[in-house]
Design a protein around this ligand. Sequence first.
Ligand SMILES: Nc1ncnc2c1ncn2[C@@H]1O[C@H](COP(=O)(O)OP(=O)(O)O)[C@@H](O)[C@H]1O
Ligand SMILES: [Mg+2]
Length: 462
Amino acid sequence: MEAKKMKIVGALVAVLLLVVFINVLWVSLGVSKTFFILAGVGVALILGVVVWIVIKYASSSSDDEASTTTTVPKQQPAALEGEDLRLQLQYSFLRKVTGLPTRFRYEALEAATDKFRVLIGRGSSASVFKGVLDCGTPVAVKRVEDSDHSDRVFRSEVAAIGRSQHVNLVHLLGYCIVPRSRVRLLVYEFVDNGSLDAWIFPARGGGGGGGGSRCLPWALRCRAAVDVARALAYLHRDCRSRVLHLDVKPENILLDAGFRALVADFGLSKVMGRDESRVVTTTVRGTRGYLAPEWIVGSGASEKSDVFSYGIVLLEMVGGRRSIRLAPGEGKWSYLPRIAAEKVRQGRVMEMVDERLVGAAEGAEESEARKLVCVALWCIREETKLRPSMAQVVDMLQGRMEVEAPPPEGDMLILDLLNMEYMSSAAAAAGGRAAAGRLRQPDSPTLGASGYFCSTSILSGR
Ligand SMILES: Nc1ncnc2c1ncn2[C@@H]1O[C@H](COP(=O)(O)OP(=O)(O)O)[C@@H](O)[C@H]1O
Ligand SMILES: [Mg+2]
């Protein structure tokens, strides 16, 4: 701005000098042919300078207007110059280093995903596509499906994860909202090895015995268990606002290139005030098999509800199977928490470990397996107060806190009831249309309704 003013003052001085010069010529040459030629050149110069000053003045006043206006200019990178471009670069650099989510243009994401061509995952609320940004960063673009709760899912994710930063949480790079439409997109860092379920449960049709092609080795399972526990401890305790995930399950845990685990999918999460102890709502959502009993019966969720779900996931990681499943060839349902409690009590914990890891070169180690199962059994205690916090789980897994003997039998009353009801109604539904359960299921997810109906629906089979 100062430089511009100096130039205008300089031009005015030049005009003044030219006028003086013409006067001197007139005095010294008189009204002669030479005087007219030189005076003509001088006047032309004066006119040129005046026009330049007018143009400069007009452009500087329109700049001032633009800087005081409150409307956001349309993005026209090619038209940006000098100062503007530098400011915009600084701004996007700051967003990058602070890790704050950026707003993306729909066209940019359409181009990055090649018109949403490569589907890498689908859950109950969204489809996820692989993409590559202009800068070369690989991304996973989550397109929240158009539904009555799509806005709530979108807001929950941005609110919960937008400000949270932890090495074991998936990183939200940005989002996209198309005005006057229901398109909602979330842009995450791409996580190379996909979700944990594909790495711990044998592939369908793989026979169960030989295992699927992808089987996470024991040491990596133990490390992933700690990673997830650390992420949840951070969300519950160390985050500025406490966050309940409320949908902890293998499908929502991702494995990066080095098989570090990252907690993802915050569509059902709740951000809590520091003084709130639990969330009570008439709408209970979650996934069958992972929901804590207190959440199912409608007495509210707390961070201990995440601890419960974590306990179930931990057992599934050790066992390499779903917590509730039809025993192959027996026509009977088996419930992993019940089996785990029995095996630990009998001192035969290795019998419940994923058979693909037993006897393998770098297979499961008995004392470690016992520790994991005991921690899991504490996490799924029916009485919320008896469950450890996620911070204590981290300490137990990392050996800083002793893991006490497993809880006495008879502690799984609600679980047993739910399981019995679940088994009988599932058997009734077998061969026919399943009862209209409205809870997410690990494989064919749907969403939940009120607490009462929720507990009914969880009891009413698949
Ligand atoms: N950042 C990511 N990188 C790689 N795969 C992902 C990523 N995010 C999600 N996925 C895949 O997409 C699936 C569904 O994503 P998720 O966020 O859980 O959606 P929903 O809310 O519908 O359950 C996941 O189980 C996972 O397989
Ligand atoms: Mg999910």
